[in-house]
Design a protein around this ligand. Structure first.
Ligand code: NAD
Ligand code: 44H
Length: 388
C-alpha cells in the first residue's frame, strides 16, 4: 500500500530537506501550510527541484508525488488526511508548534488504522517532538489520554542542513548545501517498526546528537550572524571572511567543545573534526545565507536551553570557561529593530523597559541564583547603557 506523510511547513527545510527524504523513501507527501502563495504553487505544479551546491558543483533532484492543503481554510481536510497517514512531520519553527497541535490532535483522535501514527518534529530545538506532544495532549480529551500512545508515537529528532532564504522568483525550487544529517530516537517506537526512511540515522539516545548539533552548528552560525550584523556584513560567508569574527566563532566553538567532550562520549579529536567541518560549511561561499535569516528570532535564540545560554549555563555549573559565549550573547542583544523580525523589536522594548536583572530573566529564563546569571546580567547592562 502507498505510504503517506503529512508535512507541516512548506518552507525552506520542509521542501528542501524533509519532503526530499520522505519522497526518496517512497512516501506521498501532503504539505500543510498557511501561506496562500506556497499552497497555490504546490497545488499547481507537479514537481520542483532541490539543487545541492558545493565547490564540487551542483546536483539537482526532482521532487514529485505531493499534494498541498491550506490548514487555515481547509482544516477538516487536514484532519482527514492525518487520520489515514503513516507519519506526521513538521518544520514550522519552535514558536508555531502550539498552533499546529490542535489539528494534529483531531486527526489522531479519529484514526482507526491499527498502526500508530509516527510523529517527528524537525525543528532546531531540544525536545521539539516532546513539546509538540505536550500541546497535542492539551488538545486531547482527558478520557482518551491514556490510550493516545496506541494511536500515535512521538520521537524527537535532530536535523542539520543549511537551507538559506531562496532567491526571488525561484518558486518552489530550493538551493541547499550537500551535507545533511537527520537523527531520530528509535525507542519511542517500541515493538512497532519505526518508519522506513533511509536518510534517518536511528539512535537510542538523542541527547549527544542534538546538543552537539545545536551547540556547534547553531552556536557558531548565530555567533557569525550577530557579529556579522553588527559589523555590516550581508552574509555568513562574508562574516566568516573577517578574521576577528572567525576568531570569535572559533573561541565560542572551543568552549562548547569542552562541554560536549566532557558530557558525552565524544573524543576531543572527533569534536575538533566536527568543528572544522562546520566552520567549512558555514563559510560556504556558494550559499547566500543572510545574517538576518541566521540571526532571526533573537529572543528564542537567547532562551534557557538554546545555543548560547544552554551551553554557557552548563559550563558555568562545571566551573568552566564561557567568556566567548558571553560575547555572542552581547552581540545577540544588539540585534534590535531588524526589519521583518518581530522578536528583534520586542528585544529592544524589553531592554528599554526593564532593569538588567529583570531583562535577563525575561529574555533567557535563567534562575537568579544560577552561577551564570550575574555575568549575563552585566552584559545586558552594558548593551542597555549603549542606547542611553
Ligand atoms: N533553514 C535551515 O537551514 C534549517 C535547518 C535545520 C532546521 N531548521 C528548522 O526548521 C524549521 C523551519 O525553518 P525554515 O528555514 O524552513 O523556515 P521557513 O520560514 O522557510 O518555513 C516555515 C514554514 O512554516 C509555515 N507555517 C507557519 N505557520 C504555520 C502553521 N500554523 N501551519 C503550517 N505551516 C505554517 C510558513 O508559512 C513557512 O512556509 C525551524 O525550526 C528551523 O529552525 C531550518
Ligand atoms: O533555524 P534557526 O532560526 O533556529 O537558526 C538559523 C540557522 O542557524 C539554522 O537554520 C541552520 O541553517 C540550520 O540549523 C543548519 O542545520
Amino acid at each position: 500500500m502507498a505510504k503517506k506523510a503529512i508535512h507541516f511547513g512548506g518552507g525552506n527545510i520542509g521542501r528542501g530537506f524533509v519532503a526530499e527524504f520522505l519522497h526518496t523513501a517512497g512516501y506521498e507527501v501532503v504539505f500543510i501550510d498557511v501561506m496562500d502563495n506556497i499552497i497555490n504553487e504546490l497545488q499547481n505544479t507537479k514537481s520542483y527541484t532541490v539543487t545541492e551546491v558545493s565547490e564540487e558543483g551542483e546536483t539537482t533532484k526532482t521532487i514529485t508525488n505531493y499534494r498541498a492543503i491550506n490548514s487555515k481554510t481547509n482544516e477538516q481536510d487536514v484532519i482527514n488526511e492525518i487520520a489515514t497517514a503513516d507519519i506526521v512531520t513538521c518544520a514550522v519553527g519552535p514558536n508555531i508548534l502550539k498552533f499546529i497541535a490542535p489539528v494534529i490532535a483531531k486527526g489522531i483522535e479519529i484514526r482507526s488504522t491499527p498502526k500508530p501514527l509516527a510523529v517527528i518534529a524537525c525543528e532546531n530545538m531540544i525536545g521539539g517532538t516532546d513539546t509538540l506532544h505536550g500541546y497535542i495532549k492539551e488538545n486531547t480529551d482527558s478520557a482518551r489520554l491514556d490510550s493516545l500512545g496506541e494511536r500515535a508515537q512521538f520521537a524527537n529528532s535532530a536535523i542539520d542542513r543549511i537551507v538559506p532564504a531562496q532567491p526571488p522568483n525561484s518558486g518552489l525550487n530550493v538551493r541547499i548545501e550537500k551535507f545533511y544529517e537527520w537523527v531520530v530516537e528509535k525507542t519511542p517506537f517500541g515493538n512497532v517498526a519505526h518508519p522506513d526512511i533511509p536518510a534517518i540515522h536511528w539512535v537510542d539516545n538523542l541527547e549527544p546528537y542534538i546538543e552537539r548539533k545545536l551547540f556547534t552548528v547553531n552556536t557558531s552560525h548565530a555567533t557569525a550572524a550577530y557579529y556579522g550584523k553588527y559589523s555590516g556584513k550581508a552574509t555568513i560567508a562574508e562574516a566568516m571572511r573577517d578574521s576577528f569574527i572567525k576568531d570569535a566563532v572559533r573561541d565560542a566553538m572551543n568552549e562548547t567543545a569542552s562541554l560536549i567532550v566532557d558530557k558525552h562520549e565524544i573524543t576531543a579529536s572527533e569534536q575538533q573534526q566536527y568543528v572544522e567541518k562546520i566552520i567549512k560549511r558555514i563559510s560556504n561561499p556558494y550559499l547566500e545565507d543572510s545574517v538576518e535569516r541566521v540571526g532571526r528570532a533573537p529572543i528564542r535564540k537567547l532562551g534557557r536551553k538554546e545555543r548560547f545560554i544552554g551551553p554557557a549555563a552548563q559550563l558555568a555549573e562545571r566551573g568552566a570557561r564561557y567568556k566567548a559565549l558571553l560575547g555572542s550573547v552581547e552581540m545577540a542583544l544588539r540585534f534590535q529593530n531588524v526589519e521583518g523580525d518581530d522578536e528583534s523589536v520586542e528585544l529592544a522594548k524589553i531592554l528599554k523597559e526593564n532593569s538588567p536583572a529583570d531583562a535577563t530573566v525575561q529574555l533567557t529564563g535563567l534562575e537568579r541564583t544560577h552561577p551564570l546569571f550575574q555575568s549575563v546580567s552585566d552584559v545586558v547592562y552594558q548593551v542597555q547603557s549603549e542606547s542611553k
